[in-house]
Design a protein around this ligand. Structure first.
Ligand code: AMP
Length: 285
């Protein structure tokens, strides 16, 4: 058992804790999360541990990135388990503010990244990335990290945050980390815990559909519509899955492609009942 690490709940506490760290020129790595931590999150913490003097994990279920009919209230939470996992993985500090602490109000300032947020999850979750970017801008200002770690599982989020940091000159390096999967291929997600046993059994179909398309690309297929059709047909093998989107886009600007060339991203979003799962695979053609 690792000794517990400080869990700070206010902006002034985390600022006070990090002030001497910044003063002595030590590096800070930030891992922003919404908690209910799993191996995917822990891989980010490990990556941060490797390169930074101090590792901060933020745990905040950010209400501004949830739509009115989304799962904010039902989002899984596990404060004690998260604290233990952060300590065991070598994090130094947890920042877990309340909603009132992060949004004392009146809150009327938002960070909006245009273009990149038009398709994929941005289309089905209007306002989602505005909430994500705004809370990240706040976390960057509060913690002043040298590096911040993000999973490639949320590929659009990674692209959007990278653009925001470049456009607004945040002095932070965005570090992408590979998607961590269950042995059956399902991308790890806090939301997986909410799947029924039947839904959980069908959930690996997301990754299987992407792999099927990848095989066809290896066999020479370059037509995006044909590849999207393959993905859809594999997804229909999961009768409980309701497809939100299947899209193939350019990896750099997330614009739709008709014929695959260069680095592309095949991305899917599927709903199992009230639980929305996403996955993606990067391919080079
Ligand atoms: P979340 O708590 O879902 O907001 O995720 C926090 C961070 O962990 C984000 O940067 C995610 O992309 C990343 N993450 C979530 N799941 C995984 C995974 N399976 N593999 C790698 N990173 C992940």
């Amino acid at each position: 058992m690792s000794p517990p690490i400080p869990r700070l709940a206010t902006v002034s506490e985390i600022r006070d804790a990090l002030a001497p760290v910044h003063r002595r020129g030590a590096s800070v790595g930030l891992v922003p999360t919404m908690g209910a931590l799993h191996e995917g999150h822990l891989s980010l913490i490990r990556a941060a541990r490797e390169t930074n003097d101090v590792v901060v994990v933020s745990i905040f279920v950010n209400p501004t990135q949830f739509g009115p009919n989304e799962d904010l209230e039902r989002y899984p939470r596990d404060v004690e388990g998260d604290s233990r996992k952060c300590a065991e993985t070598g994090a130094d500090l947890i920042f877990s503010p309340s909603v009132e602490e992060m949004y004392p109000g009146p809150h009327s300032t938002w960070v909006e990244v245009e273009g990149l947020t038009a398709g994929l999850c941005g289309r089905s979750r209007p306002g989602h990335f505005r909430g994500v970017c705004t809370v990240l801008a706040k976390l960057f200002n509060i913690c002043r990290p040298d590096r911040a770690y993000f999973g490639e599982k949320d590929a659009q989020q990674l692209a959007v945050v990278t653009r925001m940091v470049r456009n607004l000159d945040f002095p932070v390096q965005i570090v992408p980390c590979p998607t961590v999967r269950e042995p059956d291929g399902l991308a790890m997600s806090s939301r997986n815990a909410r799947l029924t046993p039947e839904e959980r059994a069908q959930a690996p179909t997301l990754y299987r559909s992407l792999r099927a398309a990848q095989e066809r690309i290896r066999a020479g297929e370059r037509d995006a519509a044909a590849l999207e059709e393959i993905i859809r047909s594999v997804l229909t093998e999961a009768p409980l899955a309701e497809i939100d989107y299947v899209e193939i886009v350019r990896a750099d600007d997330l614009s739709p492609v008709a014929i695959l060339t260069g680095d592309c991203l095949m991305a899917v979003a599927v709903k199992f009942g009230g639980t929305r799962l996403i996955d993606n695979l990067r391919v080079s053609a």
